[in-house]
Design a protein around this ligand. Structure first.
Ligand SMILES: Cc1cc2nc3c(=O)[nH]c(=O)nc-3n(C[C@H](O)[C@H](O)[C@H](O)COP(=O)(O)OP(=O)(O)OC[C@H]3O[C@@H](n4cnc5c(N)ncnc54)[C@H](O)[C@@H]3O)c2cc1C
Length: 272
């Protein structure tokens, strides 16, 4: 069936496979299984030192300080999406929690060997790492591949992002807007910025649908380079426009509940 669209907003970035959408119960069971995996392991390997890998390493080292966590990252510093100061502070924090961080090498997942019940992982730098389980935190490609088969195929940049103008309208299109990580807006891809996009795009859609003129549309200015990465349940590292902080203060903003309470409140739901 073809759905005609007078006006559209697209927001479908990370490659979550729609066909494999799971129920809440299935998701909870999945998380439970992952939790059991960590509980029963003595040695845990995390592959990837972006926000997912760093947050996971922080959480495991906080909740299970007795476990040996190794984090392998192919880049020369952790959290490459923010500044080097934040990377250095994060490395120091993880090391102080006995997380072993190995930079500039990759784990070869095709050459895992066995040793006395544990697995041995090999890296491109020739190192061997003992681990009972591993977590891949290397990020997902953008989920925009399918757009190549649509009228928007020429609106994607080299990274698969939708090119938008200052009104968040897909360039060259009158009635298609895009928001969130999928856009090529030059800023760090963050959820709170996606929410700001939504407000601008919704306002512009309402205006156009009411017959308003293009020139009356609201414009979006790219956000600042603010980002917070949690480190366990108490601490976090935060990059603000003029400073980088680590510890309890940024942790108070994010790490207690990872913005779940705030987001539920915004949606008119009970905090829990
Ligand atoms: C570890 C980590 C920590 C982060 N911490 C923060 C933070 O503290 N603060 C912050 O602001 N941001 C944070 N972010 C970034 C934030 O998660 C993203 O910027 C935000 O989720 C982007 O929202 P979105 O709606 O653009 O995309 P998504 O949240 O990825 O949502 C896109 C949705 O589209 C769906 N979809 C995909 N393809 C299709 C299709 N073909 N048809 C229909 N639906 C489709 C997907 O299933 C998904 O539900 C963090 C990210 C990571 C990885």
């Amino acid at each position: 069936m073809t759905v005609p669209f007078p006006m559209t907003i697209l927001s479908l970035p990370q490659a979550t496979v729609i066909l494999s959408r799971k129920t809440r119960m299935e998701r909870l069971q999945e998380y439970q299984a992952e939790n059991e995996k960590i509980k029963s392991a003595q040695y845990v390997l995390i592959v990837g030192g972006g926000p997912t890998g760093v947050e996971l390493a922080g959480e495991i080292s906080f909740d299970f300080p007795e476990k040996h966590v190794t984090l392998v990252h192919s880049g020369s510093r952790l959290l490459e999406f923010i500044g080097p100061k934040a990377s250095a502070k994060t490395l120091q924090w993880l090391t102080s929690k006995r997380v072993e961080v190995k930079l500039e090498q990759r784990v070869d997942l095709n050459s895992i060997t066995d040793s006395n019940g544990s697995k041995i992982y090999h890296t491109t730098a020739g190192e061997s790492i003992k681990a009972d389980c591993h977590f891949i935190c290397t990020g997902k490609p953008l989920g925009s591949e399918w757009l190549k088969g649509t009228i928007l195929k020429n609106n994607l940049d080299g990274q698969g992002r939708l090119m938008v103008d200052e009104y968040l309208r897909v360039k060259g299109r009158k009635n298609i807007f895009a928001i969130g990580d999928i856009t090529d807006v030059p800023e760090i891809k963050q959820g709170y910025l996606a929410q700001k996009h939504a407000l601008v795009a919704a306002e512009n859609l309402k205006l156009l649908m009411a017959g308003g003129k293009d020139r009356k549309m609201s414009t979006y200015k790219p956000g600042s380079s603010t980002a917070i990465v949690s480190l366990g349940r108490r601490d976090a590292v935060a990059q603000f426009p003029y400073t980088t902080l680590i510890g309890i203060f940024p942790g108070m903003i994010k790490s207690r509940d990872l913005f779940v309470g705030k987001t539920r409140k915004q949606r008119g739901l009970q905090p829990r």
